[in-house]
Design a protein around this ligand. Sequence first.
Ligand code: AMP
Length: 273
Amino acid sequence: MQAVVKRLARSGESIGLVPTMGALHEGHLSLVRRARRENDIVIVSIFVNPTQFGPNEDYLRYPRPFAKDVKLCRAAGVDYVFHPSVKAMFPDGFQNFIAPGPVSLPLCGKFRPGHFRGVATVVAKLFNITLPGRAYFGMKDFQQVRVIETMAEDLNMPVRIVRAPTVRERSGLALSSRNQYLSRPERLASPRIREALQRAGEMLECGREKSLAKIRKTAVSIIKRIPGARIQYFELCDPATLAPLRSRKLPALAAAAVFVGNTRLIDNLLIQK
Ligand code: AMP
């Protein structure tokens, strides 16, 4: 892969990278289309990264419909699918990891120790392997975007990080490869997560309710209407540092992680001034 991209770079071609774990859906494809418009060469990486999963998470059962993914990539005009083995990426003796900073600690970082260390490390490797001028990330995983943005900036990585908006079902549910784990009733109820984020956003914007605790409580009560939901977190935070808000201010990020049955769903809403 590196030999291929070096050759392309020599002939002046711009390279866009879309890192994924596969099981591609319209969310991924929106990133691919954007990359297609903005670069000469588009590379999609498909790698289910073991270092970003916790011991009790879904690494083994994570969907891997590789042939279908390749078809979708081909139809979207992708030039290269990079699909390395785990052994190629993390051979015996592998020992160096990226240690992400404070943006990796709250929200998902609190409940998935080591997750962003694994993400940052694999993304740094993918950058070094594919040498992209631009790399595309979805705001569905907002904290991941901040981890990657700060990593690229702090370590002077010569890549522009492009943020792309979250693609949703008509119901409002954010598209996710994990949605296929949901039963029908779970899927029907899950749009409440988005509803809760929006309600919190409206209350923050409108400014009548000054108490962040009350705004949180209202949002949480909406999510609790999902049968079998367990809220891991619902936070209002600063969209740059991801530190919890202490008082009402904009811009803000409302972010949630909810177990619906056994499926962990995350979503967020950026509330602008
Ligand atoms: P994943 O395969 O889950 O690691 O996701 C690969 C990339 O696609 C990440 O940058 C995600 O943020 C992005 N992505 C996943 N779901 C969506 C979505 N619903 N809308 C936009 N981007 C998404």
